[in-house]
Write a protein that binds this ligand. Structure first.
Ligand code: ADP
Ligand code: MG
Ligand code: ZN
Length: 619
């Protein structure tokens, strides 16, 4: 059907009617007043001022004036007053004083609203105009509200924030609905406790953050967590999405922010949830055309509001983003979103728990093992897993089955993987194995080298561009680094590559970042810190910064080709020395390397304590 075209046409109808009436009204006006201008308006007023008028009648709606002059009582003159209000102002003062002074011969002032026909006719254009304008605005508001409220249709009105209470709609979300995210939940319990009893915190003078930023990839349950905080504390949940603001007209975004905060304060304790805050909170002054005025206004209003409310007032702003790097630094200043909670991809245990949550209302065939599904879905988010089970259920229905079997699960997994463009491929068992040994290599090198920061966590869950990561926890802040420390660091950086080489006798591109960092470090050791015995304590190259970033262009070269060759040789020597030290460590402790890698394949993640236990265990 041509539905869309028809709708487009009907949008123009009000505008057409409007134009018709404006033109018609103008014609009517000029035609009406055309033949009555016998006298200038000023002459008329002068007549009144000169006490010549004994009686007059004014039609307040169309300005028709009939008057009688003193001494000529039988004759009625008429005049069309261009503007009734002006005329009234011009003459009423005079009439009042005259009448006070001549109670016997007062000017008789009659006014009439006009005959119903002419009154209605003359008002018709105005009335219709107002009606049409009203209709126009109504339609616009409806459309705006529709675009604003995607998940909740109970929007209040234009310029107003949506409010949704945590205990609303019968089913409230609690921490039980958020599976696997134990660390995240733990970090948020303090907020829940505060919202339950803000006074307790205020009395003790404890400072609670005004804003919490949930950072993580889409689908990891940020919105769910925010709702669960509201549900746990049983407080209202006021939500808006940053992208909503972008569709708004100038000034509306800022006024919505104002409204959002004032509603929250009224309903305190309460949670304000700003989804996709990066849409408004982007670094100011960036973007095409030097920035988005509306967005900036909205952001400024947000900052003003956050500074405006006092701590412990009972309002907490939770915002979610997957791009914390592009946020305006002003947002991250103390007293704003100074608390960050990272919501990561779930590990194998987390995935199994999420699957359990979403399998609650589905019938699974006896052969289906959620643990197996969890094992084969590295890198899946909570949303992906929910989607997977749903797709499997749909397939089962289509096939007329009574329960979901492993076959549907497998097909659904494939569909989810293909469907989400973010993941280019499903992680195969082989890749998982490679990553496990790679990360185990880094961790082992760290463990067996003295003076390196202890391992805090090893994970083979993909994060950003990296397949896995080994996290170190610095025990102390280091102002200066020793030569030995840097040499050891090189060994750690090469640990991934060396492990791959030893175990598989093959190497992958997964270590490219490690190699790059190792090369930069080794080069700095030679050219910047003067750590090379052969070249001595001399700094080579111009700007340190540029050398450090590995950028060759624009660098002032203050050394000869001969020295350049020597530098390259030294860098090479330092790297190869580290490489061989690493091979020695990993081959000596090959048993531990295997144990750790196998643990990682099973659990995907190991924390510092378990790591140390595993390392110290007798073989
Ligand atoms: P985000 O806001 O991070 O993009 P959402 O909170 O919107 O993610 O999550 C989308 C859906 O994925 C949720 O409605 C929920 O069904 C599911 N989901 C995500 N994480 C979890 C989790 N930890 N436990 C249970 N379900 C989850
Ligand atoms: Mg969300
Ligand atoms: Zn690595």
């Amino acid at each position: 059907m041509e539905n869309n075209n028809i709708r487009k046409l009907t949008q123009f109808v009000p505008a057409l009617i409007l134009i018709a009436f404006v033109v018609g009204g103008l014609l009517l006006f000029t035609w009406n007043s055309a033949d009555e201008k016998k006298m200038e308006y000023s002459e008329l007023v002068a007549t009144f001022k000169a006490d010549k008028v004994s009686e007059f009648e004014l039609n307040l709606t169309n300005g028709e004036l009939n008057y009688k002059l003193r001494g000529e009582e039988k004759k009625t003159y008429s005049y069309k007053v261009p503007d009734v209000t002006i005329f009234y102002n011009d003459v009423h003062e005079y009439i009042l004083t005259y009448n006070e002074n001549h109670p016997d011969a007062a000017v008789v002032f009659n006014y009439k609203p006009g005959s119903s026909g002419s009154w209605f006719l003359s008002l018709l254009p105005t009335l219709l105009f107002i009606l049409i304008l009203g209709g126009f605005m109504f339609v616009m508001m409806r459309r705006m509200n529709q675009s604003i409220s995607s998940e909740n249709n109970r929007s209040i009105s234009f310029g107003k924030a949506r409010i949704r209470s945590g205990s609303d709609r019968g089913k409230k979300v609690t921490f039980d609905d958020v599976a696997g995210a134990d660390e995240e939940k733990e970090e948020l319990t303090e907020i829940v406790e505060f919202l339950k009893d803000p006074k307790k915190y205020a009395d003790l003078g404890a400072r609670i953050p005004k804003g919490v930023l949930l950072v993580g990839p889409p689908g990891t349950g940020k919105t769910l967590l925010a709702k669960a905080v509201a549900g746990e504390a049983d407080v209202p949940f006021l939500s808006i999405s940053g992208s909503d603001f972008l569709e708004m007209y100038v000034g509306v975004g800022a006024s919505r922010v104002r409204d959002l905060f004032s509603q929250a304060k009224k309903n305190a304790p309460a949670i304000i949830f700003i989804d996709e805050i990066d849409a408004v909170g982007r670094h100011r002054g960036t973007g095409i055309g030097g920035g988005h005025d509306e967005r900036e206004q909205t952001l400024n209003q947000m900052l003003v509001e956050m500074d405006g409310f006092v701590e412990n007032e009972g309002v907490i702003v939770i915002a979610a983003t997957n791009r914390p790097d592009i946020l305006d630094p002003a947002l991250l200043r103390p007293g704003r979103f100074d608390r960050q909670v990272t919501v990561g991809l779930p590990d194998i245990k987390g995935r199994e728990e999420i699957l359990k949550v979403h399998a609650r209302n589905k019938s699974l065939a006896p052969g289906v093992s959620l643990a197996d599904i969890a094992r084969s879905t590295v890198g899946f988010t909570g949303a992906d897993l929910e989607n997977l089970l749903n797709e499997a259920a749909l397939l089962a229905v289509r096939r007329g089955l009574h329960a979901i079997t492993m076959k549907e699960i497998e097909e659904a997994t494939l569909k989810v993987v293909v469907g989400s463009e973010k993941r280019s491929h499903k992680i195969t068992d082989k890749e998982k194995r490679t990553t496990a040994f790679h990360e185990a290599g880094h961790a082992l090198a760290t463990y067996y080298l003295e003076g390196q920061d202890p391992v805090h966590q090893v994970s083979i869950i993909p994060r950003g561009m990296a397949a896995g990561f080994t996290m170190h926890l610095p025990t102390e802040d280091k102002m200066t680094l020793s030569k030995k420390y840097m040499e050891d660091q090189l060994v750690v950086l090469l640990g991934g590559r060396v492990a791959e080489k030893i175990v598989f006798d093959d190497i992958t591109t997964g270590a490219s970042n490690d190699i790059q960092r190792a090369s930069e470090l080794a080069r700095s050791m030679v050219t910047k810190y003067g750590f090379s015995d052969k070249l001595g304590p001399i700094s080579f190259g111009g700007d340190d910064h540029e050398v450090f970033l590995g950028m060759e262009y624009g660098k002032v070269k203050n050394y000869s080709e001969e020295i350049a060759k020597n530098i390259d040789e030294e860098v090479n020597r330092i790297i190869m020395r580290a490489y061989h030290r690493c091979i020695e460590i990993l081959t000596t402790h090959r048993d531990k390397l295997d144990q750790l890698a196998l643990y990682l394949i099973d659990h995907e993640k190991i924390d510092g304590t378990d790591f140390t236990k595993l390392m110290e265990a007798e073989a």
